[in-house]
Write a protein that binds this ligand. Structure first.
Ligand code: ZN
Ligand code: ZN
Length: 585
């Protein structure tokens, strides 16, 4: 209980001050600021692993044992904080603090629910794994190697006890999470053997110190492997289903997605959206058919017709060795287009740093954004672009068809401009530690997905002399959009409606036009995760619906640029809270 003491005293302090019924907004906001500072300090003390993953390394030497007592402390921590939040006068808080307040409240509620109702610690053995955070200590250069190795050594002390604790609490695991736990732990054990030995080779620690570290490393590797072996032998005649079931699913959706729509409503909307996309795609296919497939009769099966056309149009793609340069060359085009159409202000003093993906990411290809954590203020934000070097011909060809001439541009919009990268620049302008720690995934992904459509609606991809994008661009965009739409349908159907694997693969290959391998990968993802796959479509739908609602309300006064800038100025908060504040204004 010691861990929550600083909290209780803070809460008392706040309570006393509030008794004076201060109407002083500045005072209330500054009290809220210090509440947040204290909360974050306590959060890191309670969660050393989470702390180091965001760049806060004060507790690196500590490994927390995942016991029931520990979970009780977390629940008490959340309850005490909910109580503290209650003492603030919400109406006098600034907009930025209001959204922080809401996000904290939802976080505490979700945390209590997750420990007491979701209880993944009993059925997800992959939730017990220390390897990744130890690997991070070796790979990440935040401090001198010897300091990191010393913390590594101290932290290793409780690894065997950690896995003994895990065995004590795994009760009725799903087969899927058991398999994942086995492979992830077996794969991760090498951090205590090979990676550690390699790091010691570069260290200036004494021979004696090194010897002690190697010895402890061997004990840890053994503990990790023993856990995997124990799971292999686990007697589990009636394993729990990986499907979450309606009751848990609805709650997890509520806490994780923080949407203004319920999970049911989003599912209905996704079904409806899929139908509309298919209709639009078939119309386009009929128009484009003579241009690409004049020798072939248009199939009566509309989905088959769309698929055949997509296959032909996908042949237009860059050569494997110009994949990186093609992506880099598109960035100025996107920036110019946005300026010309006056869609959103992009700060020119923070140019996008495009780089070849670093070695540790190699093999992922595609493109991604790396942003510095909240404690790494001077870090750069990078646009990592993968290379297809060393890929065999067949794999590269299939990948390039997927990221063909059209989709590659949509990918750039999503990841970079005006998608994730632009959103990040705006959220850094209103820095909030709370939002960078608890940032809402549905808002962040929703924004990126929203911008894809917004860019095309404004004529991105139009040939010279025209304001309308080529029909090929729209067709490919719809295919891309079907992916996030069907992610939602799949997730809900599998976890709530018991959808079979066969039907799932059919949905993805036939109705979303995906390759078999992609569909198989998605099946694996949906059987190991819950709700997250809904974030893309949910955020997108909320933003789009909200924009249309405002447009209707404001008529001619509606300015797209203003909407975008105002929307992003609230940072990575859930769309429903941004909406509430924007409507109030
Ligand atoms: Zn080709
Ligand atoms: Zn994204």
């Amino acid at each position: 209980m010691k861990k929550i003491l600083p909290f209780l005293s803070l809460f008392l302090l706040v309570a006393c001050r509030n008794d004076k019924k201060s109407t002083d907004a500045a005072g209330e906001n500054s009290r809220f600021e210090s509440y947040k500072t204290n909360f974050v300090e306590a959060l890191w003390k309670l969660n050393p692993g989470w702390a180091s993953s965001v760049g806060y390394h004060r507790y690196d030497s500590v490994l927390v044992l995942p016991t029931d007592e520990r979970r009780a402390i977390e629940v008490a921590f959340s309850k005490s904080n909910l109580d503290s939040l209650n003492k603030f006068d919400l109406n006098t808080l600034s907009d930025a603090n209001k959204t922080d307040y809401y996000m904290l409240r939802d976080f505490f509620k979700g945390n209590i629910w997750s420990i007491t109702s979701m209880r993944a610690h009993e059925w997800d053995p992959s939730s017990y794994n220390v390897c990744g955070s130890f690997a991070e200590m070796l790979n990440n250069n935040y401090d001198s190697l010897d300091v990191r190795l010393n913390n590594f050594y101290l932290r290793m002390a409780r690894v065997p006890a950690y896995y003994q604790t895990a065995r004590h609490y795994v009760k009725n695991p799903t087969l899927e999470h058991t398999e994942l736990a086995i492979s992830q732990n077996l794969g991760g054990a090498s951090v205590f053997e090979t990676d550690l030995i390699e790091a010691l080779g570069k260290s200036k620690l004494s021979a004696k110190e090194k010897e002690a570290i190697v010895k402890r490393g061997a004990e840890c590797a053994a503990a990790v492997k023993d856990y995997a072996d124990w799971l292999k032998e686990f007697k589990n005649p009636n394993p729990r289903s990986f499907r979450l079931g309606k009751e848990l699913y609805m709650k997890k959706f509520e806490y994780d997605i923080q949407s203004g729509y319920s999970a049911d409503r989003i599912f209905e909307k996704a079904l409806q959206h899929k139908k509309e996309l298919h209709l639009k795609m078939y119309e386009l296919s009929k128009t484009l058919w003579p241009k690409y497939l004049s020798q072939v009769a248009l199939p009566e099966d509309t989905l088959l017709a769309i698929k055949q056309l997509i296959d032909v149009i996908s042949l237009k793609h860059v050569a494997p060795d110009s994949f990186q340069t093609a992506i880099a060359h598109q960035i100025p085009t996107l920036i110019n287009f946005i300026a010309k159409k006056d869609l959103i202000y992009i700060d020119p003093s923070k140019p996008l740093v495009v780089r070849k993906e670093p070695a540790y990411m190699a093999g992922l290809a595609g493109a991604s954004i790396s942003s510095p954590g909240p404690y790494d203020k001077n870090g750069n934000t990078y646009y990592n672009v993968g290379s297809l070097n060393g890929w065999d011909k067949e794999r590269a060809e299939s990948y390039l068809r997927e990221y063909n001439h059209y989709i590659l541009q949509i990918l750039n919009i999503h990841e970079a401009i005006p998608g994730h990268y632009t959103q990040l620049i705006y959220s850094n302008q209103s820095p909030s530690l709370i939002k960078s720690i608890l940032g809402n995934g549905a808002m962040v992904e929703g924004w990126a997905v929203y911008t894809e459509r917004m860019m095309l609606e404004n004529g991105y991809g139009a040939p010279a002399g025209s304001t309308e994008p080529e029909p090929e661009m729209w067709l490919m965009y719809y295919k891309w959009n079907l992916r996030s739409t069907c992610n939602t349908i799949l997730d809900y159907s599998v976890h709530v409606k018991n959808m079979s694997k066969e039907d799932a693969i059919k949905l993805l290959t036939r109705e979303a036009f995906q390759q078999k391998a992609e569909a198989e990968g998605k099946w694996r993802r949906v059987s190991l995760s819950q709700v997250q796959l809904c974030s893309y479509f949910t955020g997108y739908t909320e933003i789009y619906d909200f924009r249309e609602e405002l447009k209707k309300k404001q008529g001619d006064a509606f300015k797209l640029k203003q909407f975008h800038e105002k929307f992003l100025s609230y940072g990575s908060a859930p769309v429903k809270y941004i909406k509430e504040l924007m409507i109030k204004d």
